[in-house]
Design a protein. Structure first.
Length: 242
């Protein structure tokens, strides 16, 4: 009997009611999500907060975030600028490699700082538990306790440091190879441009390097011509020396 009544109610449901019910889930879900977000306040216990901070540390070491909130953005930009001034990259590939080198060294500095801060914090926390009046012994024993308690964290830092050091070495090698190849090609092209411009100069004709596909300015080509002349004169003078 109960089943028949429920069946009758279901059959009497109008099409408008079904459409209304079908339209509501998305709206209701959005409202539910907003309500749930108000209750999500992150970790509350000390252990939870510690795990959360370690997650942030892990992401800072292995993720794509280079500048953490605790870092100095101005110092980071100055750090990167130094590498770009040193290597003078051209084209996107070289700039990418230089940026990778800058970011890698920044993260290596961070690891060194984390190790120092971790040991300093541990020594400070354990000094009271060491029974000795000798300052050096006190520091040594407190540091030993820190190593014993934080061995896993220190091992992880060391592992990340080794990985970043390999990345730095490989990226620097690749950058040097690409730049050496590019400079060799530029040298050959500049030499050819100098020969063509010198021919035009002898004929009293103007010369536009871009017409032959050269990216050098006339001033750069003239400098190359002058250098070649001085080198020729120097070689001749050296041949006539006693």
């Amino acid at each position: 009997m109960v089943f028949d009544v429920q069946k009758e109610k279901l059959m009497n449901t109008t099409t408008d009611e079904i459409q209304t019910n079908n339209e509501s889930p998305a709206t209701d879900r959005a409202a539910i999500n907003r309500a749930n977000s108000q209750h999500s306040t992150g970790p509350r216990t000390a252990a939870g907060k510690q795990r959360s901070s370690l997650n942030a540390l892990r992401h800072g070491l292995t993720g794509q975030i280079i500048v953490l909130p605790s870092d100095d953005l101005i110092a980071y930009e100055r750090h990167c600028k130094g590498f770009f001034l040193e290597y003078q990259p051209k084209a996107d590939t070289e700039r990418f490699l230089v940026q990778t080198i800058a970011d890698t060294t920044w993260r290596l500095y961070r690891i060194a700082g984390l190790e120092n801060n971790l040991l300093t914090l541990g020594i400070t926390e354990h000094e009271a538990s060491v029974d000795t009046d000798h300052p050096q012994v006190l520091t040594g024993l407190a540091m030993a306790k820190t190593y014993r308690e934080q061995s896993h964290v220190l091992a992880n830092l060391g592992m990340h440091g080794q990985r970043l050091a390999r990345l730095f070495k490989e990226t620097l090698k690749q950058l040097r190879e690409i730049q050496a190849e590019r400079r060799s090609l530029e040298k050959e092209q500049l030499k050819n441009a100098a020969v063509i411009m010198e021919l035009h100069n002898d004929k009293g004709l103007p010369y536009d390097p871009a017409q032959d596909g050269f990216v050098f300015s006339p001033a750069e080509i003239n400098t190359c011509i002058q250098q070649n002349h001085r080198l020729t004169q120097a070689r001749r003078a050296d041949c006539h020396r006693p």
